[in-house]
Write a new protein. Structure first.
Lengths: 300, 457
C-alpha cells in the first residue's frame, strides 16, 4: 500500500513536470513567429547546408538566450553586465537581432549580411566581448542557429542580403606599400579614433557611441587580441571596406581604392604586436624607422 | 576463500556509505558569474558537461576570448561556489541477518526512510592569469568532516599549442564519462559501479577510476576539442595524501577520444581509457602493526574500456564498458592492511606463498545511461549497469560472487538556471543487486528512493 502511494506520487510529479514543460514551450512562439517559421524564408543556406529556424531554437535557448534574450533584442539577463558603463573591460552589449544590423559582414554597409557571415561569426566569436567562439557546434547546428537568428527581424522577409564585396588578390608586402598605407591612415583620419599609434586613444575615442547610444571604444591595434571580425589580412581589409554597421566605424569603400586598401592593411599590421601574420611588416617598419603619423599632416 | 556472510553484508553497507558520501560533482556558478552564461551553456544538465563545457574545461576554464584573465573581472568577483542537497529518501534491503529471541538469526528485510542531507562541496576554481588556472574543492561528508576533494593547478596552451596542457595535484581523471559529473545522487545509484569495482576478497587499494587521484596529467586536444588525448602519472594512493601506502607505487591513466559531426544529430564521440598500475602488498611492521608508507612488493592491476557518447535529438546515450584484472596477490587479499577498507589483512612478507586456489581475478562491466533532455531545464535519466566476474580470485568462490546489477531512473527539473545560481528538484529511484552478499549466500537486493533540492550558488 505504502509503495503504491509512493509510486502514485512519483507519477503525479512527472505529469506535473511535463505539463509545465509543455506550457513553457507554448509561451516561446507567438502566432506571428509561427507563421513566419513556416515560410521558406525561415532557412539559411551555407554551401550545400540548409539550416532550419525551428531546429535552431533549442540551441538558441540553451546557449544564446542569456545574452541575446528570448526575443533576440539583446536584453538577456546578462546584457546589463556588458554595458560599457557598468563594465568597461567588456564594453559591448549583445547584438540586437531584431534590428538585423551586424558588424561582421562581407556585404556593403547598410545591407544585410549573407548567411555565411553569421555562420562564421558564431564559430569565431567576438574578441573583446563576452561572445566566445562557439566552434563546438556542427555545421548543421550553426546553420540552424543562423536561420533562427534571422527570424527575429522582419528585415529578412523584405530585404535580400547585399552582394559580398570583391577582395582582390593580396599583393606582396613592400616598404613602399607600408609607407603608402601609413599615408592612407593619415589621409582618411583613422587616427582620430584609433590614435596615431593605433592604441584606440584618438581625440574622438572618448566621444564614440553606437547607434543605440551606448558608449563604444575603438579597436586598440597594440593589444594582442585580433579585431572582432577576424584577424586575417582579408578580414582586416573587409572590416574597413564594409564598415562595422551599428558602430561609428564607417565603410571606407568610397574613399580607399582596393590597392590602397591592401597598403593600409600592411600598415595596420605594423601597429600590432608580433603575431602569426605580421613578421614581414614589423621588419619593414623597423628598417624604415617608421614613426607615428602626424595629425597635422599626412604620413610622417 | 569465502568470506562470512556477515562480512559481506557489512561490505555492502560500506559500499552504500561510500557511494552515499561521494562528493557531488563540479557545477560551478562562479564560472557562470564570470562569463555571464547560464549553467546550460556548459552542462547538458548540471553537473554533466556538454561538449562546450568539456571544451571550456579542457582550455583551463577559459572561453578563449581575450577576457579570460581575472584582471578583467570586477574586483569584487569571488570565484567560490557551494553545493549541497537536502533530501528525503527511503532505503530498502531485502535480507539482513537479525537476531531472534531464541538465539540464532533470521533474514528479514529492512526499510528506512526520512529526511537527510548530503555533504557540502565548496568549489573554488578559475584563472590565475591567462592560461594558468586552478581548482580547489574542500568537501565535507554529511557529518561535516572535511577533506580535500580536489586541489590542482594547471598551465594551458604552452608554446601556444592546445596540445600542451599540464595539470598537477589532485584531480578528476580525464574520462569522457566522469563520475564527478554524474547526474544521479541516491545512495544506491549515485556512483558508477564499474569505476569502483573490487572483487570479493581482493585487497587492491587502488584502481578507483571514480575517485580523484593525485598526480601529474598531460592533456592535448584540437582547437575545437574534437580530438582529445591525455596521460596521467598517479601515485597509487587512491587520492589520499601523505603516501600512506607504498613509498614507490605509481599508476598511469590514459584516455583518448574523437568526436564526429553527425549533422542534425550533433556531435558524437568515441573513446577509450585505460588505467594500468602497481600497488604494494608487502609492509614492514612494528609490533605486528604495519608501518605507514612502508609498502613495497608492488603487484599490478589494469582497467580498460571504451566510451561512447551518442546523440539522437533530445535523446542521448552514454555507453561505457570496462575490463578489469588484478594480480592474483590482490585476489588473495593482499595489499590493503593500512586502512583495511577492503577488509583484507594479509601481508606479503618474505617467504609468503600464494594458496593453490589463488588466481588473478578479472571481470567485465558496462553501463548505458540515457538522457531525455526535454529542454535545458528538464531531463529524464535512466542507467542500467552490470558487472560480471569472469574469474574469481579464489577457486573456492562461486563464479557469480559479487556480480552487480544496478538500474537507476530519475528526473531533474531545474526551475532556476540563471547566470548566478542553479536550483534543481531531483527525483530518483535506484535498484541494486549483488550476488552472494545476502546472509544466506544468495543475492542481496536493495533500493533507494529519493527526492530533494539540489542547489549551488
Amino acid at each position: 500500500m505504502r509503495r503504491e502511494t509512493l509510486q502514485g506520487t512519483m507519477w503525479l510529479c512527472a505529469v506535473a513536470v511535463l505539463a509545465f514543460c509543455a506550457s513553457s514551450s507554448a509561451q516561446v512562439t507567438s502566432n506571428q513567429e509561427h507563421e513566419w517559421l513556416k515560410s521558406p524564408a525561415a532557412t539559411s543556406h551555407i554551401g550545400n547546408i540548409t539550416g532550419h529556424a525551428q531546429a535552431g531554437a533549442g540551441d538558441y535557448r540553451r546557449y544564446c538566450v542569456v545574452c541575446h534574450g528570448e526575443i533576440g533584442d539583446g536584453n538577456g539577463e546578462s546584457a546589463q553586465w556588458y554595458d560599457p558603463t557598468n563594465n568597461p573591460a567588456i564594453g559591448f552589449r549583445p547584438r540586437d537581432f531584431t534590428l538585423a544590423v551586424f558588424k561582421c559582414r562581407s556585404t556593403p554597409t547598410g545591407t544585410l549580411p549573407i548567411d555565411e557571415d553569421l555562420f562564421n561569426t558564431i564559430a569565431r566569436g567576438m574578441n573583446r566581448s563576452a561572445m566566445p567562439p562557439w566552434n563546438t557546434f556542427t555545421k548543421q547546428e550553426r546553420a540552424d542557429l543562423v536561420a533562427w537568428i534571422k527570424h527575429f527581424s522582419p528585415r529578412w522577409q523584405t530585404e535580400k542580403p547585399g552582394a559580398p564585396i570583391q577582395i582582390p588578390a593580396e599583393p606582396e608586402v613592400t616598404a613602399d606599400r607600408v609607407k603608402a598605407g601609413q599615408d592612407v591612415f593619415g589621409r582618411v583620419q583613422c587616427w582620430k579614433c584609433h590614435g596615431v599609434e593605433g592604441r584606440g586613444n584618438g581625440p574622438s575615442a572618448s566621444t564614440l557611441q553606437d547607434d543605440l547610444g551606448h558608449t563604444i571604444a575603438p579597436y586598440n591595434f597594440t593589444e594582442a587580441a585580433p579585431p572582432k571580425c577576424g584577424g586575417t589580412d582579408q578580414d582586416i581589409y573587409r572590416i574597413f571596406m564594409t564598415g562595422l554597421d551599428g558602430t561609428p566605424m564607417p565603410s571606407f569603400s568610397d574613399n580607399i581604392k582596393p590597392d590602397e586598401a591592401w597598403d593600409l592593411v600592411f600598415y595596420l599590421r605594423t601597429l600590432q604586436p608580433p603575431n602569426a601574420y605580421n613578421a614581414k611588416e614589423k621588419q619593414i617598419a623597423k628598417q624604415l624607422g617608421l614613426k607615428p603619423v602626424n595629425p597635422n599632416g599626412s604620413g610622417q | 576463500m569465502i568470506l562470512s556472510r556477515r562480512y559481506l553484508a557489512g561490505s555492502l553497507l560500506l559500499l552504500f556509505f561510500v557511494l552515499a558520501s561521494l562528493p557531488d560533482a563540479c557545477a560551478i556558478p562562479a564560472f557562470a558569474r564570470k562569463y555571464g552564461l547560464r549553467c546550460s551553456a556548459c552542462h547538458e544538465a548540471w553537473p554533466m558537461l556538454n561538449y562546450f563545457g568539456q571544451k571550456f574545461k579542457d582550455n583551463g576554464y577559459q572561453l578563449m576570448n581575450d577576457r579570460d584573465s581575472p584582471v578583467w573581472q570586477n574586483p569584487s568577483y569571488w570565484p567560490v561556489t557551494m553545493r549541497i542537497t537536502p533530501f528525503w529518501h527511503r532505503e530498502g534491503t531485502d535480507k539482513i541477518a537479525v537476531d531472534t529471541p531464541g538465539g540464532g538469526t533470521v533474514n528479514q528485510s529492512l526499510n528506512i526512510s526520512g529526511f537527510d542531507y548530503s555533504g557540502l562541496d565548496i568549489l573554488s576554481a578559475g584563472t590565475i592569469e591567462k592560461n594558468v588556472s586552478f581548482l580547489l574543492v574542500p568537501s565535507s561528508d554529511e557529518t561535516g568532516a572535511f577533506h580535500m576533494e580536489s586541489v590542482n593547478a594547471r598551465v594551458d596552451n604552452l608554446l601556444h599549442s592546445s596540445w600542451l596542457n599540464i595539470k598537477l595535484g589532485k584531480f578528476e581523471l580525464d574520462n569522457v564519462v566522469s563520475e564527478k559529473r554524474i547526474l544521479t545522487l541516491s545512495p544506491n545509484g549515485g556512483g558508477f559501479n564499474i569505476y569502483h569495482f573490487i572483487p570479493v576478497g581482493d585487497g587492491n587499494i587502488f584502481g578507483q577510476i571514480g575517485d580523484n587521484q593525485v598526480g601529474l596529467e598531460w592533456l592535448g586536444h584540437s582547437v575545437n576539442d574534437r580530438t582529445r588525448v591525455s596521460a596521467a602519472l598517479l601515485s597509487s594512493t587512491d587520492g589520499n595524501p601523505d603516501l600512506s601506502y607504498g613509498s614507490n607505487s605509481y599508476s598511469g591513466f590514459f584516455a583518448a577520444s574523437q568526436a564526429f559531426d553527425a549533422g542534425k544529430l550533433g556531435v558524437q564521440r568515441l573513446g577509450f581509457y585505460a588505467m594500468i598500475g602497481e600497488a604494494p602488498t608487502t609492509y614492514r611492521t612494528a609490533g605486528g602493526v604495519p608501518i605507514v608508507s612502508s609498502g613495497i612488493g608492488n603487484k599490478s592491476f589494469n582497467r580498460e574500456g571504451f566510451v561512447g557518447l551518442f546523440y539522437l535529438g533530445k535523446l542521448d546515450f552514454q555507453v561505457v564498458t570496462q575490463h578489469g584484472s588484478d594480480s592474483s596477490w590482490f585476489g588473495a587479499c593482499y595489499g590493503d592492511i593500512i586502512d583495511g577498507a577492503t577488509g583484507c589483512t594479509n601481508n606479503n612478507v618474505p617467504g609468503t606463498v600464494l594458496p593453490a586456489t589463488a588466481r588473478a581475478p578479472s571481470w567485465n562491466g558496462a553501463f548505458v545511461e540515457t538522457h531525455y533532455v526535454v529542454n535545458p531545464q528538464v531531463i529524464f535519466i535512466q542507467r542500467s549497469e552490470w558487472v560480471r566476474m569472469s574469474q574469481q580470485g579464489s577457486t573456492l568462490n562461486p563464479g557469480n560472487l559479487g556480480n552487480i546489477d544496478n538500474y537507476v531512473f530519475g528526473f531533474r527539473w531545474m526551475p532556476v538556471m540563471n547566470n548566478r545560481a542553479g536550483f534543481a528538484w531531483h527525483n530518483e529511484f535506484s535498484w541494486f543487486r549483488v550476488q552472494g552478499f545476502a546472509p544466506d549466500g544468495t543475492a542481496l537486493t536493495s533500493n533507494s528512493l529519493m527526492s530533494g533540492f539540489d542547489f549551488d550558488f
